[in-house]
Design a protein around this ligand. Structure first.
Ligand code: ADP
Ligand code: 5GP
Length: 190
């Protein structure tokens, strides 16, 4: 049986990756992470084929031309991210539920493409101030890239109501448990 699709979106720094890392190994959820391709460089401890497939902009364009993406977006100026058809197939054909960390436009495109087979969850930060604190605390961005991410947050947040459900990431334990429960309920449905 093919697995379902779980879409997680939020402004950068809200805590999507942290929540995914907390629930990814929960055996009840049978999750597999969709490794996206990106033209950005790895940061910190990121490894090719784990967090992302890191490819050049030319390689990214060639793959777009070959129709290898379910969806792709230039999320930040000059930096593209996309979901590979091969990833969706790799994870769902084994009966696992595919969880994807994806930007707001891509998330809604995937929801449109898969309809009832997909659950779109939007994660909200408790406030803009806390979002900035988390992004700064993560210490992974230059000041310029950090400001670009914050500037985009209001725009991204305006998509929250178009998602199937919303979870506020105030406390990481509570928010991860809420996301886990939403997924459990969703995969239990026919
Ligand atoms: P995203 O994947 O949405 O860009 P991350 O998961 O990288 O965000 O989280 C951004 C930063 O905020 C990280 O340093 C993470 O440890 C921290 N963080 C995540 N959730 C919480 C929370 N509920 N309270 C405080 N800090 C958090
Ligand atoms: P980051 O650079 O912080 O890892 O990710 C930046 C943004 O790109 C996040 O909003 C993340 O959700 C989004 N993103 C990651 N992978 C994909 C993808 O495959 N498609 C789209 N459209 N966005 C993605």
């Amino acid at each position: 049986m093919n697995g379902k699709i779980i879409i997680l979106s939020a402004p950068s720094g809200t805590g999507k990756s942290t929540i995914i890392s907390r629930i990814i190994d929960d055996p009840e959820l049978r999750l597999g992470f969709s490794i996206s391709a990106t033209s950005r460089a790895p940061r910190g401890q990121e490894r090719d084929g784990v967090e992302y497939y890191f490819i050049t902009t030319d390689e990214f364009k060639a793959r777009v031309e070959r129709g290898e993406f379910v969806e792709w977006e230039e999320v930040y100026a000059g930096t593209c991210y996309g979901t590979l058809r091969s990833e969706v197939e790799r994870v769902t054909s084994s009966g696992h539920n595919l969880i994807m960390d994806i930007d707001v436009k891509g998330g809604l495109n995937v929801k449109r493409a898969y309809g009832e087979r997909a659950l779109a969850i939007f994660i909200l930060p408790p406030s803009r101030e806390e979002l900035e604190r988390r992004l700064r605390g993560r210490g992974t961005e230059t000041e310029e890239r950090l400001l670009a991410r914050l500037a985009k947050a209001d725009y991204e947040m305006s998509f929250a109501d178009s998602y199937d459900c919303r979870v506020i990431n105030d406390d990481i334990d509570r928010a991860s448990a809420e996301v886990g429960q939403l997924i459990r309920d969703f995969i239990a449905r026919d």
